[in-house]
Design a protein around this ligand. Structure first.
Ligand SMILES: *[C@@H]1O[C@H](CO)[C@@H](O)[C@H](O)[C@H]1NC(C)=O
Ligand SMILES: *[C@@H]1O[C@H](CO)[C@@H](O)[C@H](O)[C@H]1NC(C)=O
Ligand SMILES: *[C@@H]1O[C@H](CO)[C@@H](O)[C@H](O)[C@H]1NC(C)=O
Ligand SMILES: *[C@@H]1O[C@H](CO)[C@@H](O)[C@H](O)[C@H]1NC(C)=O
Ligand SMILES: *[C@@H]1O[C@H](CO)[C@@H](O)[C@H](O)[C@H]1NC(C)=O
Ligand SMILES: *[C@@H]1O[C@H](CO)[C@@H](O)[C@H](O)[C@H]1NC(C)=O
Ligand SMILES: *[C@@H]1O[C@H](CO)[C@@H](O)[C@H](O)[C@H]1NC(C)=O
Ligand SMILES: *[C@@H]1O[C@H](CO)[C@@H](O)[C@H](O)[C@H]1NC(C)=O
Length: 615
């Protein structure tokens, strides 16, 4: 950085003394505070020598421009539809201004933190530095404490933190401070040694396959899914150019030998892919294929088996991300990588245009109210970069309807009753996936155990314009039902749905049934990978960020789900949450996909069927 630049910064600040090149010294003021979520309580002071990997989100220079690009390239009526941005285009838009970086560096240097201690995301919009608690306490004028979750896990957090006033506009958030976000896998209702469904490989390719004969609600198989959603006759054509991916967190990984057993049974032509899919290991994430000693890998196995079983031969990358937002400080942990979600985001955003996958499925989320607004906003903006680059990003909508019964209260000290939306499903730049069950007709997924397709309205993100028409129509029909318990002008989710009940899965060498939006999310992501295959084969760009297309045109190619509701929050109203209705609803969105209609709607005229012709 040149001296001239430094003086420019000083000039901008119009501050006093010339003792150092930049004279940005202002008093500290609270930058952000967040209520401690009700499931957490403070138990002790944080050990002062405990190390934290601090992440500083420096303000992105041109996010509004990035958002504009995102909406233009994702709008089917815009002349730029499908003209996704390159890695470099995005980098230029999100890199912080030189002034912001200079001011942040100056402040860090003033606190004895040198350039060599810092590392950066590829766009330099995140700075990472590892420091002991006592130094962060002085840097952020705060106090860290140990908090314990009602499930026993502990973490070190500071609900309120400060910055010199002049930095408030240059830094979006710093974590870990006040975020209690720790998303958990959304696989529920595990039943070991119970398999159902048709194992038949004697597939006849019907013009109108008989779903009733092939599908059974307890033991959903790839054959059933491919028949129901109409991909069975489709032969992928460009799988080398098109990739799909899933993300593992919290020690979960994908077991190759279980996956081989699964595919051998349900998709024999795909079985070798159990040993061929790629792991992309981030921060020492697990790829362990050892014997299980706990219920680990149920999520991981469900995800990988669903995607390979459905969309073979589209190649799959399994991101596996180490680190956990929780730790036991009393166990003498000296380093603590608290934010695995950011580790993943920064890794994928740094991937080049020819290695980044076109589809990402993530089956992990947490209550939106555990995430400070500043942090949720920034993570969501980073997800928008993926959409701008043409990546379709899918998150599960949660497994508790409008909220887990008995815990539907706000964090904000008032303990007011409230529906509990889930993040990142509430982020407007991703596609949120709900779940269905049964066939002909499919209905909202619901089990007596309490599992219900998640849905609702964000308390943080306003409703994006692309949703206006669909959501207003729903709200009109809803009237004032439960109106006091959600924000009707928030981003509503999910956007679409897929089957998510009793999937046949192999885990620990055993036939197992697994349910959840954890099943529907990889399923829908895998289906979109096939749509991308057809688009690429037809010389068209991939789908990218789906929602603007979906709400404008795509919805016509989905089967509307009109029976059931987002059951949850038994303490509110009749405990049934939002009902599914004709048209879009916050339980199953626009419903479940019809592959043939989707590709025809996208103008891909013809796909190979098994008789070898175009249809
Ligand atoms: C579909 O399969 C079911 C169950 O095997 C059978 O009862 C029904 O008649 C079949 N329908 C058609 C149209 O083939
Ligand atoms: C990576 O994880 C493995 C298995 O959990 C562990 O044994 C190893 O120490 C870890 N390595 C690092 C560098 O953290
Ligand atoms: C992986 O699969 C093998 C064989 O099915 C099984 O013994 C082992 O427990 C599995 N490990 C994990 C981590 O799922
Ligand atoms: C895995 O399966 C074996 C039997 O093959 C069983 O003994 C073991 O308890 C199972 N592990 C878990 C964690 O359920
Ligand atoms: C360390 O953590 C484990 C796992 O939570 C806990 O059971 C154990 O008591 C802890 N040990 C100490 C010394 O605190
Ligand atoms: C807490 O949230 C509820 C529901 O959003 C709201 O009605 C109430 O005013 C809030 N209370 C405070 C103290 O912010
Ligand atoms: C509802 O959401 C909108 C948009 O996010 C926000 O501006 C408004 O303050 C929220 N209202 C309440 C009462 O929380
Ligand atoms: C496959 O395509 C051919 C040629 O268009 C058509 O005659 C045939 O009906 C199609 N078969 C199926 C099962 O769609």
């Amino acid at each position: 950085m040149s001296a001239a630049k430094f003086f420019l910064v000083a000039g901008l600040l119009a501050s006093g003394a010339y003792a150092s090149p930049i004279q940005a010294r202002t008093p500290y003021a609270v930058k952000d505070s967040h209520f401690v979520p009700s499931k957490w309580r403070q138990v002790a002071a944080a050990p002062s020598t405990h190390n934290i990997d601090l992440r500083i989100a420096v303000k992105q220079n041109q996010f509004t421009d990035l958002e504009k690009h995102l909406y233009e390239v994702s709008d089917p009526d815009h002349s730029r539809y499908g003209q996704h941005l390159s890695e470099l285009d995005v980098k230029k838009l999100v890199q912080p201004s030189d002034d912001s970086l200079a001011l942040v560096h100056e402040w860090l240097a003033d606190n004895g933190i040198e350039a060599g201690d810092l590392s950066y995301s590829s766009s330099k919009d995140w700075i990472k530095v590892s420091l002991p608690v006592h130094r962060i306490e002085s840097l952020l004028d705060t106090k860290y404490n140990v908090y314990r979750h009602e499930d026993g896990s502990e973490t070190v957090r500071a609900p309120e933190w400060s910055l010199p006033l002049h930095l408030h506009e240059h830094i979006d958030t710093i974590q870990p401070t006040n975020s209690f976000f720790r998303s958990s896998p959304k696989a529920v209702s595990l039943e070991v040694n119970k398999f159902g469904g048709s194992y038949s490989q004697d597939v006849t390719y019907h013009q109108d396959p008989n779903v009733t004969a092939i599908c059974t609600p307890r033991g959903v198989t790839p054959l059933c899914m491919r028949t129901l959603y109409e991909t069975i006759d489709y032969i992928p054509q460009v799988s080398g150019k098109n990739k799909m991916s899933l993300v593992n967190y919290l020690g979960e990984t994908n077991n190759r030998s279980d996956t081989y057993l699964f595919l051998e049974k349900f998709r024999p032509e795909a079985k070798e892919t159990a040993y061929e899919f790629q792991f992309d290991v981030i921060n020492n994430g697990s790829t362990s294929q050892a014997k299980v000693t706990s219920r680990i890998d149920i999520e991981g196995n469900l995800d990988v088996q669903t995607m390979l079983g459905f969309s073979y031969p589209v190649p799959l990358t399994a991101y596996t991300v180490g680190g956990s937002p929780d730790f036991i400080p009393s166990n003498g942990t000296t380093t603590n990588t608290n934010e695995p979600y950011l580790d993943w985001l920064q890794h994928i955003l740094a991937q080049s245009d020819d290695t980044i996958p076109q589809v990402v499925s993530t089956s992990y989320d947490d209550e939106e109210q555990t995430v400070p607004a500043s942090y949720a906003k920034r993570v969501c903006e980073d997800l928008a970069q993926l959409g701008a680059r043409g990546v379709s990003v899918f998150y599960s909508s949660g497994d508790s309807g409008v909220g887990g019964s008995g815990s539907c209260v706000t964090n904000n000290g008032s303990n007011a009753k409230r529906f509990i939306p889930e993040f990142p499903s509430t982020c407007p730049y991703i596609t949120s996936v709900g779940a269905t069950m049964d066939f002909k007709p499919e209905v909202v997924a619901y089990h007596a155990s309490g599992y219900a397709s998640g849905g609702g309205f964000s308390d943080l993100f306003p409703r994006p314009a692309y949703q206006d028409k669909a959501v207003k129509a729903y709200l009109k029909g809803l009237g004032d039902r439960d109106a006091a318990y959600f924000n009707a002008s928030g981003r509503a989710y999910p956007d679409i749905a897929g089957q998510g009940s009793y999937f046949s899965t192999v885990w620990n060498g055993t036939d197992t049934l697994v349910s959840g939006t954890s099943a529907s999310t990889p399923l829908i992501a895998a289906l979109v990978a096939l749509v991308n295959d057809a688009l690429l084969a037809g010389g068209k760009p991939t789908l990218g960020f789906l929602n603007p297309w979906l709400y404008k045109k795509g919805y016509r190619a989905f089967t509307d789900i009109t029976s059931g509701s987002a059951v949850g929050c038994s303490e509110i109203g009749d405990g049934k949450g939002f009902p599914a209705v004709e048209g879009w609803d916050p339980v199953t969105g626009f419903g479940t996909p019809k592959f043939r209609d989707i590709i025809h709607l996208l103008g891909v005229h013809g796909y190979w069927n098994h008789t070898g012709g175009w249809s």
